[in-house]
Design a protein. Structure first.
Lengths: 677, 364
């Protein structure tokens, strides 16, 4: 109906030559063929912008095309008559669905053609209409373009653009309101004199029914911005994700308020820190989340959580190279021994010592030992980031060290063989892939059960399942990654545009974790999903790639497997929880539970019963009856603080759900989870 | 009135000198026209105060060097948020620097000192000169070391401070434009970022290509290299034909040489072999930036910032040139130079724009 009325309007107004093609409503209906644009002078500027090159066009020319059948459509200005023009032409095209005044980008292109000419290529279904709008971003000169129909094509993964009402500089896709849906975070700033201040956080909250609702929370005027990187996690354990701002000379920790409705507390540290990748991770495994930053020109720095809202600055012990060269830190358990280790992708001109990558193995006692050479990872490729994932699904973390420049070697794909990493780049597809980037991340973008890698050349390298990868161009750069439409496919947010993964019909499961003994986000946990096809592993990380913050859970594509046999979660505390046969194509939330840990870590024989309970919860075992008992919800929020009366407490006032009870014992606090009916 | 205050200060200094480290306190006593008394004890430097070196006649804020300290200036200088700079060189009596190539810093003898004052004129309120810092490079045991001295508000002394800091400055320039900035005084790590080859600290400015021009010395205009020889701090016999930079802001010089000189002074300390960013293919040092490839003309950027920025330099097309975009950005992660400036250098950007617009190669 909309399509018909649009065509009708276009046809009707098309009889007025002065207005034809000058705006969306007067778009000229066209079919396959070649058309001449005399000059780009129509007053309606194509909006939104669907191609690179920014938002400074002032004129447009409008056409509308309807597919006669299921077809691929090529809209191209890369025609011999245009190529012959001197000086060279420079065109830009936007392809829209929707109705005039409410258009949505469907495709678009700036420079895919030769020189600065444009080629947009997309599939349409029979009867589907799109607006084709050219603008004068580069110049208003006339040119010809063709619309060519062909057989529909298939892609391993494809995306549809959706506008998200986020303002400021996009830095994160992460669940900020604990509803299990990924939200979009933009950081607002203001430049006064020559200093740029962070002034607010805009969160576009993903709505349960789809779409986003944005809210901007002003902050204090913070003299630091996440120009280099940002990461998120619940540093203070109040149930809400805080932000670590990595700027060009400083680190700022920005804390979410107790009600999750603002960011009114921040600490900017006085030390000179040229931040690169920042991460939140429990460095000393004391159950409290710490903060780490790569330092470009000095030894790396970290802030250990004192548990009282304060953090203590340290420099040294986690990458001490004089001169720095520290760019991409990834905290991963490379040796699968249950604690997080640290790999640092390094880069520096003229100095192989500074640019040699490092691997810091966690000794389990809060200290780390640099062992990159021992594991064949001490390469001096010029790299700003590495993508760690189990690319061959054999149960350990492999790595693709992504080159930012080929001046000291290319991309390196390294297979984890237990006691060493074997360079398997040759023949993997990364040996011939010429795209470079400072960002490299891994996700299963087509839910086939094999981790893909996104790096340079606006391309996702699709994992073929045999440690080879095939380039799949997507037309946009790496950025924050998460599920922005809750369909189980990983999407990518670039600026204010969500690149929504169109999916290919595979199954999936998402596993979100709640730490109770471990840090609340369970950062550092390893999740294993087992299906008939085998097992896959993921780690919970705050801060991967180089600059952005992405989904804080574990996403697994299942291919055509219809059943998950088991989900195993190893929390940083050592607690291991197992869920058998969870539902697929949805989110499984696992709350860290020492009672049901399959490892013999429950040294305190404290038992809660009945579980679930309606009101009275009995405690049996070793606990201090003269010390307060505390109950937390799954967000980590304190909901009850009381004393044990006799041998029980009353939790009748709690809404039904999963809770964690904490008692004091002679050996310190002990936590148990329970369900309230 | 001022003289009385000065005398009073002197008296206080004399009193203090009775009880404190004599090295640190002799300087204020040096007569304004007194003998050359630079103090440089390799075992003691860096001194806690700038005055301890006695590089300058009193009052130190006049920036008038003692006889053995020679002022110099590169032909094109680095832009640092419009700060004015006064540069000086000192070497121990009898030691000389030697020529080591047009585009390489001179080879300096042990205990050489390079001194660079950063100041603003027209500082508000009061429209006065304010010297903010004095950066020193000195050579000890064959290695260059950094020392940075931050001047006090009274402009009577500067104190060693390697931690880095910011200080607000509001000034009105010669054209009547008033600007306010948070001026960045670098930390040791920031000094090292630019001042290095490999990981070894080096001076940047005193290269024959930058010095081979006339300079107005106190006793007349003279070619700087010749002056250095006459002053006894440079071995004679360096080549006659030196590939020399031009003043980037001299409109009588050829546009290309102005652009290349500007890129050398502002970019080549990182974008040259064995420097911080030598893994990027562009090369901006003057003796190597004459070709299209090294300037980044028609070279695709390795770090995607925006796909519309198709080349580091797109001939005739600044909107598609990464070099132009980065020079015009004050985002600290995207703007260039990476450190040392927080303002866009509008005049430098205009020069590069003019240069890019003058190019007409076709990129393949």
């Amino acid at each position: 109906m909309n399509k018909l009325s649009a065509l009708f309007a276009a046809g009707l107004l098309g009889t007025l030559p002065a207005l034809a093609q000058d705006n969306c409503l007067t778009a000229i209906p066209i079919t396959a063929g070649t058309y001449v644009v005399d000059t780009i002078d129509g007053p309606e500027v194509p909006q939104p912008v669907c191609a690179s090159g920014g938002n400074t066009a002032t004129r447009g020319e409008w056409y509308v095309y309807t597919a006669p059948a299921d077809v691929s459509v090529t809209v191209t200005s890369d025609l011999p008559e245009n190529v012959a023009v001197t000086p060279g032409l420079d065109t830009r095209v936007h392809i829209y669905t929707g109705t005039c005044g409410a258009l949505t980008c469907y495709d678009g292109d700036d420079d895919n053609g030769s020189g600065y000419l444009s080629i947009a290529l997309f599939n349409l279904q029979a009867g589907q209409s799109v607006y084709i709008a050219w603008d004068n971003r580069w110049n208003a000169r006339g040119f010809s373009f063709s619309v060519i129909e062909g057989e529909p094509f298939s892609e391993a993964v494809s995306f549809t653009n959706v506008s998200v009402p986020v303002t400021g500089t996009l830095r994160a896709v992460v669940d900020m309101n604990n509803d299990g849906l990924d939200d979009v975070v933009g950081m607002n700033s203001e430049t006064i004199d020559n200093v740029t201040y962070t002034t607010g956080v805009t969160i576009a909250y993903q709505q349960p029914g789809g779409g986003f609702s944005a809210q901007t929370f002003p902050t204090a005027q913070i003299p630091n911005t996440p120009s280099w990187s940002l990461c998120a996690g619940d540093l203070d354990g109040n149930g809400w994700n805080d932000l670590m701002i990595g700027g060009g000379s400083k680190v700022t920790l920005l804390f979410a308020d107790a009600d999750g409705n603002g960011f009114s507390t921040d600490t900017t540290y006085s030390q000179y820190i040229f931040c690169q990748r920042t991460n939140l991770v429990d460095i000393n495994n004391d159950g409290l989340l710490d903060a780490f930053s790569c330092h470009d020109v000095q030894p790396n720095v970290y802030f250990l959580n004192n548990g009282n809202g304060s953090f203590t600055f340290y420099q040294g012990g986690l990458g001490n190279t004089p001169g720095g060269g520290n760019y991409g830190s990834i905290w991963t358990d490379f040796d699968s021994d249950g604690d997080v280790d640290l790999f640092i992708a390094k880069c520096r001109g003229g100095n192989q010592v500074v640019s040699t990558d490092q691997l810091h193995r966690n000794n389990g006692d809060g200290t780390y030992t640099e062992v990159a050479a021992q594991y064949n990872l001490a390469n001096f490729t010029q790299t700003w980031s590495s993508a760690w994932g189990d690319y061959d699904n054999d149960g350990d973390m492999d790595v693709m060290v992504g080159a930012s420049s080929f001046s000291s070697g290319g991309h390196k794909l390294l297979r984890n063989d237990g006691n060493t990493f074997t360079d398997v780049t040759a023949g993997s597809g990364f040996d011939t892939f010429t795209g470079t980037n400072i960002e490299h991340v891994t996700h299963d973008f087509n839910n086939d059960g094999w981790l893909d890698i996104m790096g340079g050349a606006n391309t996702i390298m699709m994992n073929n399942g045999d440690m080879t990868f095939t380039p799949n161009p997507v037309g946009f750069d790496v950025s924050s990654v998460g599920d922005l439409d809750n369909d189980g496919y990983m999407d990518i947010q670039t600026g204010a545009t969500a690149r929504i993964n169109n999916g290919v019909g595979n199954n999936y499961i998402r596993v979100n974790l709640v730490g109770t003994v471990s840090n609340k986000n369970a950062i550092g946990a390893r999740v294993t999903v087992t299906t008939a096809s085998g097992s896959q592993i993921r780690e919970i990380r705050s801060g991967d790639g180089f600059r952005f913050m992405s989904y804080l859970g574990a996403h697994f594509g299942l291919g055509t497997d219809e059943e998950v046999l088991q989900v195993t979660v190893r929390f940083p505390s050592g607690i291991v929880n197992v869920v058998d046969n969870p539902a697929i194509n949805g989110t499984l939330t696992v709350v860290e539970d020492i009672n049901t840990s399959v490892q013999d870590l429950a040294k305190q024989p404290l038992v809660l019963f009945p579980v679930p309970t309606a009101d009275i919860l009995f405690l049996s075992g070793d606990y201090s009856s003269n010390k307060p008992v505390r109950v937390f919800d799954t967000n980590g929020k304190l909901v009850v603080q009381t004393m044990v009366t006799g041998n029980h407490i009353n939790v009748g006032g709690l809404v039904p759900g999963i809770y964690v009870l904490e008692v004091q014992t002679a050996d310190g606090p002990v936590q148990r989870s329970f369900a309230k009916d | 009135m001022k003289k009385i205050a000065l005398l009073l200060l002197l008296a206080v200094a004399v009193l203090i000198s009775c009880t404190k480290d004599p090295v640190a306190d002799v300087a204020p006593l040096a007569p304004a026209d007194g003998p050359d008394q630079v103090v440089f004890d390799p075992a003691q430097v860096p001194y806690p105060t700038l005055s301890a070196y006695r590089f300058f006649k009193r009052p130190m804020r006049a920036q008038v060097p003692v006889a053995s300290v020679l002022p110099y200036a590169p032909i094109s200088s680095l832009f640092t948020d419009y700060a004015e700079k006064a540069r000086f060189v000192w070497m121990p009596a009898g030691s000389k620097a030697t020529y080591d190539g047009d585009g390489n810093a001179l080879q300096f003898p042990e205990s050489s000192v390079l001194i660079k004052n950063f100041y603003y004129d027209g500082v508000q309120p009061g429209n006065t000169r304010r010297i903010i810092e004095t950066r020193i490079l000195f050579k000890r045991n064959g290695q260059w070391e950094f020392a940075d001295y931050v001047w006090n508000a009274e402009q009577t002394e500067a104190y060693l401070d390697m931690a880095g800091s910011t200080t607000p400055v509001t000034w009105t320039d010669a054209n009547g434009v008033t600007r306010s900035i948070q001026y960045r005084i670098p930390s040791a790590g920031e000094c090292q970022m630019c001042h290095k080859i490999g990981n070894t600290p080096v001076p940047i400015g005193p290269k024959p290509q930058n010095l081979n021009a006339d300079h107005a010395f106190a006793d007349g205009v003279r070619n700087q290299l010749k002056k250095w020889v006459e002053h006894g701090i440079l071995e004679p016999g360096y080549p006659k034909n030196i590939m020399t930079t031009v003043a980037w802001d001299d409109p009588t010089e050829p546009l290309e040489l102005r652009a290349r000189s500007y890129l050398d002074a502002n970019c080549a300390h990182c974008h040259a072999p064995d420097r911080q960013c030598s893994y990027r293919a562009i090369r901006f040092q003057y003796n190597n930036n004459g070709g299209a490839a090294n300037q980044g003309i028609c070279m695709e950027p390795e770090e995607p910032v925006d796909p519309s920025l198709t080349y580091n330099i797109a001939p005739g097309n600044v909107a598609r040139s990464m070099v132009h975009f980065r020079m015009g950005s004050n985002d600290e992660a995207l703007g260039m130079p990476l450190i040392g400036t927080s303002l866009v250098h509008a005049e430098g950007l205009a020069l590069i724009e003019q240069y890019i617009n003058s190019l007409n190669q076709t990129c393949n």
